[in-house]
Design a protein around this ligand. Structure first.
Ligand code: DGL
Length: 262
């Protein structure tokens, strides 16, 4: 029997972040669902979110979702841990029937490693201070020693396309050195950080396992769309449209470069 198509199944999936970091999540989405269409919105003009007051992050996050829905998005991925921490509950209340998935630090797989590991959670100050992270932490604190490490200033390197520079290495060494000897696992609790994963791994050493929530978030979105009958039936690759509140050619080019980065 022919499958009946949902009228919105060919509409794009809306993905957004405070800037370019959410492209690390978009890459995971595209890996799992290459035939879908995507609109990626980076709010680089207002970045960083992670050092802003809660109310302002909420206002910006809600505006991003409204904009993507006006553009016809069939589902939304909040590809920003900070925006998720600040506003996902409000968004769920506002749009109860919308497939909407927010990313959060991948603390579970890191903490569930055998032998009561020490886990360092790198994230923005807002994510670390937020209630959502506190609850998550409480859930796993009997499994692991969990250290929350706010990393103000780190996302700015990625925003300017710097993922390997010596200045970045020095910044990361200063940040991580006090913790590295005791650390067994690192959670990348901000979507910008997977782009500097290689350097973090070099500094932390091969012994330390690194986790990020991008893949889990993408799989959850796939499940949600499937359950709602919203997956496209089209075969072949979909389109990926990059937009940015800075609206410059350079910003869009940098977005594409990060998307294609090995
Ligand atoms: N990419 C965002 C996150 O996942 C944060 C960067 C920012 O501070 O805006 O938390």
């Amino acid at each position: 029997m022919e499958k009946k198509e949902h009228p919105m199944s060919d509409c794009p999936i809306g993905v957004f972040d405070s800037g370019l970091g959410g492209i690390s999540v978009l890459r995971e989405l595209y890996q799992i669902m290459p035939e879908e269409n995507y609109i990626y919105f980076g709010d680089s003009k207002h970045a960083p979110y992670g050092t802003k007051p809660l109310e302002e992050i909420r206002r910006l996050t809600i505006a991003n979702v409204e904009m993507l829905l006006e553009r016809g998005a069939k589902g939304i991925v909040v590809a920003c841990n900070t925006a998720t921490a600040a506003a996902v509950r409000i968004l769920r209340g506002k749009y109860p029937n919308l497939p909407l998935v927010g990313i959060e630090p991948a603390l579970k797989p890191a903490a569930m490693q055998p032998g009561h590991p020490t886990v360092l959670v790198m994230a923005t100050p807002m994510t670390i201070q937020g209630d959502k992270y506190k609850h998550l932490r409480t859930r796993y604190e009997s499994e692991a020693d969990i250290i929350g490490l706010p990393c103000p200033g780190l996302m700015e390197f990625v925003e300017t396309g710097n993922t390997h520079g010596e200045d970045l290495r020095a910044f990361l060494e200063d940040l991580l050195m006090p913790y590295i000897r005791e650390t067994d696992a690192i959670v990348l609790g901000c979507t910008h950080y997977p782009f500097v994963r290689e350097l973090i791994q070099q500094i932390a050493g091969e012994r330390v396992r690194i986790f990020d929530g991008g893949n889990g978030t993408a799989r959850e979105m796939c499940r949600r769309l499937t359950a709602a009958g919203l997956r496209t039936l089209r075969k072949g690759p979909g389109t990926v449209l990059f937009e940015n509140s800075l609206a410059t050619k350079e910003e869009i080019e940098l977005s594409r470069t990060l998307f294609q980065k090995k």
